[in-house]
Design a protein around this ligand. Structure first.
Ligand SMILES: Cc1cc2nc3c(=O)[nH]c(=O)nc-3n(C[C@H](O)[C@H](O)[C@H](O)COP(=O)(O)OP(=O)(O)OC[C@H]3O[C@@H](n4cnc5c(N)ncnc54)[C@H](O)[C@@H]3O)c2cc1C
Length: 297
């Protein structure tokens, strides 16, 4: 069986190599605009130095040219975008949000989160198939075969999309999905200025601040990069403190891989307590300053 792997985040590509090794597949890694630093466990790396990972049209074309039974992509925004397009062009099946992947004969079986993270769906498809796999599910191999490296020119394509301008996104410090400590804030905060409590707590604990969708998307109190959940970022910190967020399924689906979850909410029936290791039923305006004071001491 042949597997082709693509991600524009090298660490995620390495996790997918870990999965391909479990499947005992002949594996090719495709890299666009990046170097194959410390990559082991694949048979071949096809290196497109002339393709920027942002150029989805060219990346798609490069992937179309690679022949495989199974295409494994990372489950980030760009990976998920490519899944459907590539599956369509290969006449195969597509599955996103996979948490595990197995192969039986000519079929691939993937588990994925469903119902906003409340359930697990098992999906089976005939290969060829294109699957995006969630981060943190497979271990990158530490040793294994050294790959043959083949360098290729960017394919020539007739463009349907023209890049007219590029703007830098404002930097938000450590990306949320890489942070060890996250403070997640919700609509329990009454004013934007009150969020400084959350930032102070994050600073003391060496963490970053994330938010529920209403705070980022509706109220625009925070940048969209820090919105946690099924339609935002999925996080996996060692410690997550959720303050003034109800814990609706769409939010909680994004925090399922967190190690320790602490929730502060003044409603003892808030669903966030069902997915928390520790719960504090309190007014955040009383509890958070006390917590800050204690931690400072
Ligand atoms: C298709 C779809 C996709 C979505 N995707 C996402 C997503 O990715 N991420 C996401 O976050 N949402 C998402 N949502 C929205 C989601 O359903 C919820 O509406 C949202 O998560 C609620 O945000 P919240 O917890 O901040 O607000 P609320 O649900 O209003 O909760 C506020 C909480 O604060 C508590 N509170 C109030 N005052 C205080 C106080 N003084 N002290 C302590 N606690 C207090 C309340 O008890 C309440 O539990 C999605 C919705 C849809 C339909």
């Amino acid at each position: 069986m042949r597997v082709v792997i693509y991600s524009d985040v090298l660490d995620l590509a390495k996790e997918l190599i870990g999965l391909a090794n479990e499947l005992n597949a002949e594996t090719e890694l495709i890299l666009a605009g990046m170097e194959p630093d410390n990559v082991v466990g694949v048979d071949r790396i096809t290196l497109y130095r002339g393709i920027s990972p942002e150029d989805q049209e060219l990346v798609l074309e490069a992937l179309k040219q690679a022949e495989a039974d199974l295409y494994l992509l990372s489950n980030d925004r760009r990976g998920r975008e490519l899944v459907g397009l590539l599956a369509h062009s290969k006449g195969g099946a597509s599955i996103v949000d996979a948490t595990s992947v197995k192969v039986e004969g000519d079929r691939v079986i993937a588990e994925r989160m469903t119902l906003g993270g409340k359930g697990v769906a098992v999906e089976e498809a005939k290969m060829p198939a294109v699957i995006s796999v969630m981060a943190g599910k497979y271990k990158p191999p530490e040793e294994g075969k050294s790959p043959e490296i083949i360098e290729k020119e960017a394919p020539s394509i007739e463009r349907r999309v023209e890049l007219v301008d590029k703007k830098e996104k404002p930097k938000v410090g450590v990306p949320l999905d890489k942070a060890d400590v996250v403070i997640a804030v919700g609509r329990g905060f009454k004013k934007k200025e009150d969020l400084k409590m959350a930032y102070e707590l994050a600073e003391i604990l060496g963490g970053v601040v994330g938010a529920t969708r209403p705070l980022a998307a509706d109220l625009k109190w925070m940048p969209e990069e820090v919105w946690i959940g099924i339609s935002g970022v999925r996080i996996r910190p060692k410690l997550l403190i959720v303050i003034g967020a109800s814990g609706q399924q769409q939010f909680s689906a994004g925090i399922m891989d967190s190690k320790v979850v602490v929730a502060i909410n003044n409603d003892e029936k808030a669903p966030i307590f069902e997915v928390s290791d520790y719960g504090i039923v309190a007014d955040l305006y009383e509890a958070v300053p006390k917590l800050i004071e204690k931690l400072k001491r």
